[in-house]
Design a protein around this ligand. Structure first.
Ligand code: VGL
Ligand code: ZN
Length: 212
């Protein structure tokens, strides 16, 4: 494949590079810290960058601690469908919700926070988990004139996957930079994510596929 050279209509979407998703964090993604230097190295190749930030109020519905008798990684039925329960993570204003200190956040033109409604989780940067409540990102990206979105970050099988699927549904071209993502991988969720992203026509890229 010829190298892709990002242009003015392209945006790099960096997903949830936050302390709680790093090794030692409340919801650690294995190898999550390894993507930070890769993402930093990619930033200069893009004219435009958006970063997302998981941003939950204390006692959020997706926290197992908020559901009596439930443990992290169990699934419950929410009013909007199945919801995985998580350890408390990315609580608004806490150190765990902060971006990794080495992430060059200064390059981001927008920080899109999600997951702030107490009763709805939001994996996707576009729609909350009820699949109906918009975050406003698609209007923003459209108004900016972006057509191709390039994704990296955490976690491949949750926030990256759901964002990529919604990006396609919203009519954007979507590419996943595989080496710059890491997965939680609960019960085959990574394989399922790869299938789902392929099924919606998202491209899968290596860092080397992007022109330096
Ligand atoms: C995420 C689970 C819960 C993610 C966020 O960033 O992939 N996963 N909240
Ligand atoms: Zn979360």
């Amino acid at each position: 494949m010829a190298a892709i050279r990002p242009n003015e209509n392209d945006c790099f979407v960096v997903v949830d590079l936050q302390v709680d998703f790093m090794p030692g964090g409340a919801l650690a993604v294995p190898g999550g810290d390894a993507v930070v230097p890769l993402v930093n190295g990619l930033l200069p190749r893009f004219a435009h960058v958006v970063a997302t930030q998981d941003w939950h109020p204390p006692g959020h519905f997706s926290f197992a601690s908020a559901q009596p008798g439930r443990a992290p990684f169990e699934t419950v039925q929410a009013p909007y469908g199945a919801q995985t329960l998580w350890p408390d993570h990315c609580v608004q204003g806490t150190p765990g919700a902060a971006f990794h200190r080495d992430f060059r956040l200064d390059r981001a033109e927008l920080i899109l926070r999600k997951g702030y409604h107490p009763g709805i989780d939001s994996y996707s940067a576009f729609y909350e988990n009820d699949r109906r409540t918009p975050t406003g990102l698609s209007g923003y990206l459209r108004e900016r004139g972006f057509r191709r979105l390039f994704f990296a970050g955490l976690a491949t099988d949750f926030c990256v996957r759901w964002s990529v699927e919604d990006a396609r549904h919203e009519g954007f071209e979507a590419y996943v930079i595989e080496e710059a993502c890491r997965a939680i991988d609960l019960a085959g969720s990574l394989a399922e994510a790869r299938r789902a992203m392929q099924a919606v026509g998202a491209g899968s890229l290596a860092v080397a596929d992007l022109a330096a």
